[in-house]
Design a protein around this ligand. Structure first.
Ligand code: PEP
Ligand code: MN
Length: 335
């Protein structure tokens, strides 16, 4: 971190700043030029709040040299993190596992039918929301605890690991047998939830907020890792832009950027990104080419009757049709 001091900084005020900096585990190098005085901080500067330094009256500007995150940073962990689920499926090893299933779990019949179908097509994990974050309080809120039980039934019947969203800290115990806990876009900065998930040993699928920067996403992952849970998977699911042709805009560049900055795997959700079934295949292919570590795709046995996100869901038949191409693309790009 580099701190440039104001030209009129008095010795006394400079000493106050140096005294403040002494609480951190950093070395402070001082260069006194004819015009400017500059402080260079070396060490674990990620714990220092640059804005707080900027608030000191002798400080003219503050510049970070090191990123404000450490545990998610590739600099301190050059190898890719590979997450292995109970049944041996790996995420982050160069393969592109496909997670598929409905937006919401709606009934036993529905979840079992979709689970069997996506498994036969080549998906290796089942998704389904039991607790749903909906824009309207009058919209279907999910089957809640019953939805979780139905997912567990589907897991037992098919052997597919399950991925489902958590919305509150007090529900953590209910998720004991869930394989991957999803933190939805709307909760990416629910820091209390992130801190609690940091105490688990379970993989967390952290979705990028609708209007969050890549650095904010990295910082949210840092919250989980700071608590001791190193099994974090990023999920880019489209961000809000001025474009209205799609539900969101898939930020393809987030894949190579996240993989350059972090060692954690990156999964892409083309369903929420586009909001349009016909875009799922091209966006998935682009994601595989750009280095994605997996895909999460919404599939419903009867999209017209779906209680949430039916308009963007693929039918099992459509999913089966694109799966073959996704598997071929994976073989082509990852050989
Ligand atoms: C979902 O996965 O159904 C969902 C609500 O996703 P997001 O949080 O990305 O909107
Ligand atoms: Mn959805």
């Amino acid at each position: 971190m580099i701190i440039v001091l104001k030209r009129n900084a008095t010795r006394e005020k400079m000493a106050e700043l140096e005294e403040y900096l002494s609480q951190f585990d950093v070395r402070v190098n001082k260069w006194e030029g004819t015009q400017e005085t500059v402080l260079g901080l070396i060490g674990d500067t990620y714990v220092i709040d640059a804005e707080a330094i900027g608030a000191h009256e002798v400080v003219s500007s503050v510049q970070r040299v090191q990123e404000p995150y450490k545990k998610v940073n590739r600099k301190f962990h050059p190898d890719n993190t590979v997450i292995t689920l109970e049944n041996g499926i790996k995420i982050g090893d160069g393969s592109v596992p496909i997670i598929a299933g409905p937006c919401s779990v709606e009934s036993e019949e529905q979840i079992l039918e979709v689970a069997e179908a996506i498994k036969a097509s080549g998906a290796t994990m089942l998704r389904g929301g039991a607790f749903k974050p909906r824009t309207s309080p009058y919209a279907f809120q999910g089957l809640q605890g019953e939805g979780l039980d139905l997912l567990l039934t589907a897991k037992k019947k098919t052997g597919l690991p399950i991925v489902t969203e958590i919305m509150r800290v007090s529900h953590i115990d209910l998720f004991e047998n869930v394989d991957i806990i999803q933190v939805g876009a709307r909760n990416m900065q629910n820091f209390e939830l992130l801190k609690e998930l940091g105490h688990l040993k379970k993989p967390i699928l952290l979705k990028r907020g609708l209007s969050s920067t890549i650095e904010e996403l990295l910082m949210s992952a840092e919250y989980i890792m700071a608590g001791g849970n190193d099994k974090v998977i990023f999920c880019e699911r489209g961000i809000r832009t001025f474009e209205t042709a799609t539900r969101n805009t898939l930020d393809i560049s987030a894949i190579p950027i996240l993989k350059e900055k972090s060692h954690l795997p990156v999964i892409i959700d083309p369903s929420h990104a586009a909001g349009i079934p016909s875009l799922v295949e091209p966006l998935s292919l682009a994601s595989i080419a750009a280095g994605a570590d997996g895909l999460i795709i919404e599939v419903h046995n009867d999209p017209k009757k779906a209680l949430s996100d039916g308009a963007q869901s693929l039918t099992p038949l459509q999913f089966d049709g694109i799966c073959k191409n996704l598997i071929r693309a994976t073989e082509f790009f990852r050989q």
